[in-house]
Ligand binder design. Structure first.
Ligand code: UD1
Length: 419
């Protein structure tokens, strides 16, 4: 089992380049099924989720070439004859549910194992299924496999009673080649919804309104290959912004879209940290004295649940008491027990965490319970007074490209040890 060893207390100083957005590429790769042709995607983050998805696409019969040096993936899906993903290949990746929408769109039939992924609370897919059914698909689960079949898909009006990123993308995928127009109301507005919509349009689809809460998808008969570049990872950027602030460092975060980071930079400024925005980069100049703040996670453009854990670690340093409310995933406070072992004073009551500040973190052995909890553990290690060991780092490597190299590049004392 691999672990990170971090000696805390070093200020991060320098520049960090942000990779392509994990959550976007996880939608784009399955979407290539719709092309029945070759797609080339650039700015691909080299993270374990991408390697898993590459293997899933190969297992489906696609010709896939992943060029790690140039951060490019070439996928030819013309050799795929059906969309069947067994438990063995789909279990470790929640985003394998996008194969349902893409498979339905292309073949009008998909059989995909019930998705796995981060354990951050109950993660139903009822809204995805409701959307597929509204387009004319049947649905059943047998032996852990979700079966969706349609004689034909016909566009419909779909109102989402809960805002869901995954369901919005999946319905766009299924609707892209349906007959007529599909309208998604109360759609999610996250940057990667727009990225997937742009990718679909580059493949010949007709998707309008992505980024607003009403998306209109006019079905087309066929789609084709394209070349496309993934947007920068707002969550990776947010994580490094927090890390810079947590170490009172001075870091230029490069290759970002500052607009996508407004909810996080607003909170970081409220803490008292200096943020300077440029066209495609953000400079973070940490400060010693931080004020306590309150956070509530919300769908975009609200504060992202994926940054709740990293930012909460920083709040252990602030003056006074901060209140963090998690409104998206109820299981996202598991990392708190790890922080308490480092001396943090945090009380969790249901979906709320009350964080008493001014509690220096003392180093010990901690465990990453999921991807973003792992990022929070890394930040805790960087802030701690000695040598912190972080176990179960496979979670971190699912979503952060070269995290050790990126942090070492700005002066962190972090190394990966394989036991
Ligand atoms: C995506 C992101 C994840 C992020 C989350 C919320 C990807 C690959 N992952 O996850 O990083 O934390 O958005 O921004 O993009 N829900 C239902 N029924 C459904 C689907 C969702 O009730 O069918 C609920 C969920 O339990 C949750 C809320 O809707 O409370 C939001 O979930 P959703 O936006 O679907 O998250 P994911 O797409 O899984």
């Amino acid at each position: 089992m691999d672990k990170f060893i971090i000696t805390g207390g070093k200020k991060l100083v320098g520049e960090i380049n942000i990779s392509g957005f994990k959550n976007a590429i996880l939608g784009l790769i399955p979407a290539t099924l719709l092309a029945n042709d070759k797609c080339i995607i650039t700015n691909v983050p080299m993270i374990s989720d991408v390697y898993i998805l590459k293997d899933i696409m190969s297992a489906l019969g696609a010709q896939v070439i992943l060029d790690e040096i140039n951060h490019t993936i070439e996928i030819d899906t013309s050799t795929v004859k059906e969309c069947k993903a067994s438990y063995d290949i789909a279990k470790s990746l929640r985003a394998s549910y996008y194969l349902l929408g893409a498979g339905l769109g292309r073949f009008k039939k998909a059989e995909v194992a019930y998705p796995g992924g981060c354990d951050i609370g109950s993660r139903p897919i009822d809204l995805h299924i409701k959307g597929f059914e509204a387009l004319g698909s049947s649905f059943k689960i047998e032996h852990g496999i979700i079966h969706c079949v349609a004689e034909k898909l016909v566009g419909n009006n779909i109102y989402m009673d809960v805002i869901s990123v995954g369901a919005t993308i999946n319905i766009m995928l299924a609707g892209a080649m349906a007959e007529g127009t599909t309208v998604i109301e109360n759609a999610a507005k996250e940057p990667h919804i727009v990225d997937v919509a742009n990718f679909l349009n580059a493949m010949g689809a007709d998707v309008r309104g992505a980024g607003t809460d009403v998306i209109r998808i006019k079905g087309v008969e066929r789609m084709h290959g394209c070349t496309y570049s993934v947007i920068p990872d707002q969550i990776e950027a947010g994580t490094y912004i927090v890390a810079a602030a947590a170490t009172e460092g001075d870091v230029l975060i490069k290759n970002v879209i500052p607009k996508h980071l407004e909810s996080i930079t607003a909170k970081i400024k409220e803490l008292g940290v200096e943020i300077i925005e440029y066209d495609d980069s953000i400079r973070v100049r940490g400060k010693k004295d931080l004020k306590s703040i309150n956070i509530k996670t919300l769908p975009y453009p609200g504060f992202p649940t994926d940054l709740q854990q990293p930012l909460s670690v920083l709040l252990t340093k602030a003056e006074g008491t901060s209140i963090v409310t998690e409104s998206i995933f109820e299981g996202r406070f598991k990392y708190v027990d790890e922080l308490k072992r480092m001396g943090a004073n945090i009380k969790v009551d249901g979906r709320t965490a009350i964080i008493r500040g001014n509690t220096p973190l003392s180093s010990t052995q901690i465990t990453a319970t999921d991807l973003r909890a792992g990022a929070a553990c890394v930040i805790a290690g960087l802030m701690s007074d000695g040598q912190t060991e972080i176990h179960d780092i496979k979670h971190v490597e699912r979503g952060y490209e070269n995290i050790v190299e990126k942090l070492r590049g700005v002066g962190a004392d972090i190394r990966k040890v394989t036991e």
